[in-house]
Design a protein around this ligand. Structure first.
Ligand SMILES: Nc1ncnc2c1ncn2[C@@H]1O[C@H](COP(=O)(O)OP(=O)(O)O)[C@@H](O)[C@H]1O
Ligand SMILES: [Mg+2]
Length: 236
């Protein structure tokens, strides 16, 4: 579903976002992208949805060569991808309903279809009663759920989430992870960037570890029940 071959992203001025990253994420996989602040997690996600272009290397996402997409093709790629941004990126002058409907407008749904799907998505996330409110009247946790509703309302093939539980208290973080796990159970391929050790310890998912832009380790949890022990041959 996602393939990266020797991908470099060098920012103007010379700073490296990511450096010689190669990895594959299969259809239906769930992986964490982890590493300290500045490791390149956000850069890697932005490369995958076409918000940044690699300096060199190849990126394939859902069968498309993202390294050289025209802007029209970037728009069609976005129909396949849901993105949860670290800072939510909700539109302050639009209602909760309208913020979520944007996810479907991009995917080309009719107004009627959009209404039904937005309504059922918001209800599922416990926000049915907040549909007509503006984002600023919602708590941080509610705003994050709106952002998740927008990312998932068009049933994307791929979900990319950048620190989706950052700034949330632990209970809310678990709620958010439940929603993401539910999307995964419905077949969505998931990549979650996080440096939250609580999340990483709790969920037994593959981990891609970045440091200073380089992919340092790619580890799978072992299958021993009841313990989180990582096949950590390369994890330093
Ligand atoms: N727009 C940008 N311009 C220049 N350098 C950037 C830009 N965005 C990120 N960087 C640099 O790229 C590196 C990786 O950053 P980032 O991808 O945001 O890491 P993370 O999300 O893991 O904290 C850092 O050194 C950062 O300063
Ligand atoms: Mg980041």
């Amino acid at each position: 579903m996602i393939q990266m071959y020797h991908v470099d992203k060098q920012y103007p001025g010379g700073a490296y976002g990511v450096s010689d990253v190669s990895m594959t994420l299969d259809r239906g996989e769930f992986a964490f992208l982890t590493g300290p602040s500045g490791a390149g997690k956000t850069t890697l996600l932005r490369l995958l949805f076409g918000a940044e272009h690699p300096t060199s290397g190849q990126i394939l996402v859902a069968g498309r060569n993202v390294s050289r997409l025209s802007s029209g093709s970037v728009a069609s790629l976005r129909c396949e991808i849901g993105v949860i941004f670290q800072d939510f990126k909700l539109l302050g002058n639009r209602s909760v309903f309208e913020n979520v409907a944007i996810g479907l407008e991009i995917a080309g749904a009719t107004r009627r279809e959009a209404r039904v799907r937005v309504w059922s998505m918001l209800k599922r996330l416990g926000l049915g009663h907040r549909m007509d409110d503006l984002p600023r009247s919602l708590s941080g946790g509610e705003q994050q759920r709106v952002a998740i509703a927008r990312a998932l309302v068009h049933d994307p093939l791929i979900l990319l989430a950048d620190e989706p539980t950052g700034n949330l208290d632990p209970d809310l973080a678990l709620d958010i992870m439940d929603i993401i796990a539910d999307a995964h159970a419905r077949g969505t391929t998931v990549l979650v960037a996080t440096h939250d050790p609580g999340l990483l310890d709790r969920y037994r998912h593959r981990r891609l570890v970045l440091e200073k832009g380089c992919l340092l380790a790619d580890t799978y949890p072992d299958t021993q029940p009841g313990r989180v022990r990582w096949a950590a041959s390369t994890l330093r």
